[in-house]
Structures are given as C-alpha cells and as structure tokens.
Design a protein around this ligand. Structure first.
Ligand code: ACO
Length: 457
C-alpha cells in the first residue's frame, strides 16, 4: 500500500487544570521557576473519576464518532501506555467493549509499554502490520494515553494527562517516511516505576535530562547519516543534511524548556558535524567554541546559552507552534509527542502546512528513543483528507479555554485522594463527573474482584 500514515487524529486532555504560577506560590519556590524555568503555564490533571481505561475509551469513541468510522473497518488496535492498573489485562481488551455492537472481534494488536515511548512503538507496529503479509485491507488504530503524576516535590509541576487516538492506513494526508528511521535504546535508571502499588515513578531528574539529550544526539546523528545515504542510493545528489532539511521539528515534551534546549542542541549537533574550515561561514559568531565534544556539554551553561541564542528564530519557526498543548496541559507521557503534532496542525494555516516535512523525536526513559519523519499532503482542496483531518481538530483551542481552574490546595487534595485509593477495591470514586467534558467516559465503580465499570457523560 502507498502513502501509509495518519488518516485522522483525536486528542483529549483533562477538563481541570492548575495554574503553574499559583503552584509556584503554593510550593514556596521562587516566582518564575515553573513558568519561565520549565516553560509551563498550566497543568491538566484527573480526579479519581478517570483512569487509563476511561481516557482511552473516551478518545477512541470520540475519534470514531467525529470521523464517522465503522468499528468493523478496524483490523488492528494497539495501545501505548505506562499507566498500568493491571499486570495482566490490557487496556486494548477494555476498548473491545466499544467494538461489541459491531460484532468485530477480529482485531490484532495489544498494549506496549516503555515510559513515554509506548505510543511510538504502537504506531510503528501499526505501520508494520499494514505493510506486512498479514494486512487484510482494513485500518489500524493507535492509542497513546497516560496520567503523569509525581510525588510532592520538584517533579510534581511536570505532570499532566491526556490521550491521543490515530487512524492509520494507506493514502494518508500525513505520510510516514519509509526506509529511514533512527533508534537509540540503552539501559538506564533515569525514570522508572518499580513500586507497583504507587502511581508515582522513581525519578533521577538530572539523569533523565542527560539521557534524553544523549538519545537525541544519537538519533539525530544517525538519522542525518541515514537520509544522506538513502538519497545517494536513490540516485539523488548526496546533499549534507542539517536542521534546515525539515520544516518542523517535534519532540517528546516533558516540559517546554527542555524542548527549546533540544532544538538548540540539534544546531549544536550541526555545528559539530560541520568541518572546522566551514564553521565560520555557517555559524558566524560561534567559531570560537572550537572542538566541543557533545558528551561534555549536557549541562554546559555557556554552550547551552550560545546555541539557545543562536537558534531562537529556528525554534520560533520550526518548533514553538508544536508546544501549544504541552505548555497548557503538561507532560502527557506517551501522548506528548502526538500532542505536539496536533498543536502544529492547529497553529498554522493549511496552506502553510501543505507539503511540509516534519521530524519527530520520541523518548521514553529507561530508555527507548526514535527519530522519524512524516510528510504533509499537498492537497489542500476543500474536502481533501488533509482538510478533514485538520477540521476535525478545530475544537481543540476552545476546549483548552473551557477547562476549569482549580486552586493548588484543591489540586493537592485530589492528588492525595488518588494516592490513598489507588488500587483500592471495592471503591466508588468520590469526585463529581459533572466537571467532565461531554462524551467523556468515567469510572463508575470498582467491585471487590477489582472489576471496573465505566459510564459516559
Ligand atoms: N525564574 C526563572 N527560572 C528559574 C527560577 C526563577 N525564579 N528558578 C529556577 N529556575 C530555572 C532553573 O534555572 C532551571 O532552568 P535551567 O535548567 O535552564 O537552568 C529550571 O528553572 C528548573 O529548575 P531546577 O532547579 O533545575 O529544577 P529541579 O531540579 O527542581 O527540577 C526537573 C527539574 C529535574 C526537570 C524535575 O522537574 C523532574 O525531575 N521532572 C521529572 C523528570 C523529567 O521530566 N525528565 C525529563 C525527561 S524524562 C520524562 O519525560 C519523564
């Protein structure tokens, strides 16, 4: 099949948020630490009425409804998440409730987990199914969702929650590039969840940032080399690849400041890849930085500042539009990178998006990371698949504004409630479902056998 990629996207986030500037006061940290230091405005969160199953039920039913898709047209469904509430039963099987009425039980795929990387793994698996001998002509559904919560302390403001569902198939308006993909996987204890009774991760914050940047360096270097080689094999001119090759650069976003630093780091990578004699021409004003070694620079303030300043306009052009949702909702873990894609699609006019080449960097602690590319269709005519995909995201901006603001005190109480009742059975959630957006699935009850029942607003 030709043009395999993303046909439709649905994104959801919590209906309540806490203001980061108010959280700074409540947490007694210097003003500006979360808003300027981390680059975050607001943080979305869920009450005890929502869990990973309800988020995924909501996002899938909304995608299917909005795009008028029949459940029997789906042949593959994979869920990427690190929000584990059951060590055996998958979220995917919970979602099969939605397929019941259609009578379609012939749906391959299951859950996939490694921190924030699971959504990308699910997408790659869906693409592989469509390109394989097992493909039966039907469409694939990729779901990525998480509730990101941290124990009280310096990581708490980097929480968030959300879910994305993507319909994958041929002749797509967002085509995933074939033949080139770069991956870096390694063993690290930067962020992990060894305590199965707690929702909270064990985090080495500084190490997680270092691992992220190291993975980024590796993937970018490999990706550029692979594209250069691919071009030669395809008989094209062997043109050296640098950041200008892409029109947009999207990153997994734990917090927006790290993404801006990451974009700057790609320019640093370009600098390192450029032969010394060409540097003064390509990077005027930076040549004095000489022979920097990438692995010595993860926390080098001078290098960071020099490249942040130098890359500011590239950031504004290629990356900032993709941070719209991340800044307003926070880290959505597996959803984060795809929230970046949605942000880009709703921030630019369709004519500006047409034909653009987008690079995506996916990172999951532990660690797993990949860089890949997609191409936006050039067909912007009314009724085109690109038009429909973007039109079906037109509600997102106003939905962000319709959310309810909650005080840091209330937020802390809600977190406390989640903490105390996580895994409790039997359990009836106490938060009101009234604040949820229309069409949201929520947890009605957990019985003595830990069986969860859901209802829709
Ligand atoms: N005004 C402006 N900026 C400020 C202020 C202020 N008053 N105070 C502090 N800052 C800046 C700091 O200088 C720093 O910026 P810099 O890194 O550019 O210097 C930033 O705010 C954060 O301050 P730190 O002291 O570094 O923050 P802290 O160590 O308390 O926590 C961290 C940050 C490690 C990211 C923590 O939130 C965390 O552990 N989060 C979870 C892990 C994470 O998200 N890792 C990223 C990759 S892995 C993943 O996706 C989960």
């Amino acid at each position: 099949p030709e043009g395999v990629g993303i046909l439709a996207i649905e994104l959801i986030f919590p209906s309540q948020y806490v203001e980061q500037s108010e959280l700074e006061v409540y947490d007694k940290v210097p003003a500006g630490k979360y808003t300027l230091g981390l680059g975050q405005s607001r943080m979305g969160f869920c009450t005890d009425r929502e869990d990973i199953n309800s988020l995924c039920l909501t996002v899938v039913s909304k995608l299917m409804q909005r795009n008028n898709i029949d459940y029997s047209s789906i042949g593959y469904l994979q869920v990427g998440t690190e929000t584990i509430i059951d060590k055996s039963k998958s979220v995917k099987t919970v979602l099969m409730q939605l397929f019941e009425e259609s009578g379609n039980h012939d749906v391959e795929g299951i859950d996939t987990t490694n921190a924030c990387y699971g959504g990308t793994a699910a997408l790659f698996n869906a693409l592989a199914w469509i390109e394989s001998s097992s493909w039966d002509g039907r469409l694939a559904l990729v779901v990525a969702s998480d509730i990101a919560v941290y124990a009280k302390g310096n990581a708490r403001p980097t929480g968030g929650a959300g879910a994305v569902a993507m319909l994958v198939g041929p002749s797509a308006p967002l085509v995933i590039c074939r033949g080139v993909r770069a991956t870096y996987m390694a063993h690290a204890y930067d962020f992990y969840k060894p305590d199965l009774l707690s929702e909270y991760p064990t985090v080495d914050g500084k190490l997680s940032v270092q691992c992220y940047l190291k993975a980024l360096d590796f993937c970018y270097h490999l990706f550029c080399s692979k594209i250069e080689k691919y071009q030669t094999n395809e008989g094209h001119e062997n043109q050296p690849i640098d950041i200008q090759y892409w029109d947009a650069f999207l990153f997994h976003s734990p917090y927006c400041k790290l993404v801006q630093k990451s974009l700057a780091r790609l320019v640093l990578n370009d600098f390192v890849r450029t032969p010394e004699k060409e540097r003064s021409k390509k990077f005027p004003g930076l040549e004095h930085l000489g022979n920097v070694k990438l692995e010595d620079t993860y926390f080098n303030r001078d290098i960071e500042k020099a490249f942040m300043d130098y890359s500011r306009s590239i950031f504004e052009e290629k990356t900032k539009p993709s941070l719209l949702i991340s800044k307003q909702v926070g880290n959505m873990y597996t959803t984060s990178l795809y929230g970046g894609l949605v942000s880009l699609l709703i921030s630019r006019d369709i004519h500006e998006l047409a034909g653009k080449r987008v690079c995506l960097f996916s990172y999951g602690s532990g660690l797993a990371s990949s860089m890949y590319c997609l191409r936006i269709s050039t067909n912007v005519r009314p009724g085109s698949s690109l038009n429909r995909l973007i039109e079906n995201l037109s509600h997102i901006k106003s939905l962000l504004d319709q959310r309810k603001r909650v005080t840091p005190e209330e937020f802390a109480q809600i977190m406390e409630l989640r903490e105390q009742n996580h895994h409790k059975a039997p359990y009836i959630p106490s938060a009101s479902p009234d604040v949820l957006f229309p069409g949201t699935w929520y947890l009605e009850s957990v019985d003595t056998m830990h069986r969860r029942k859901y209802k829709r607003v």
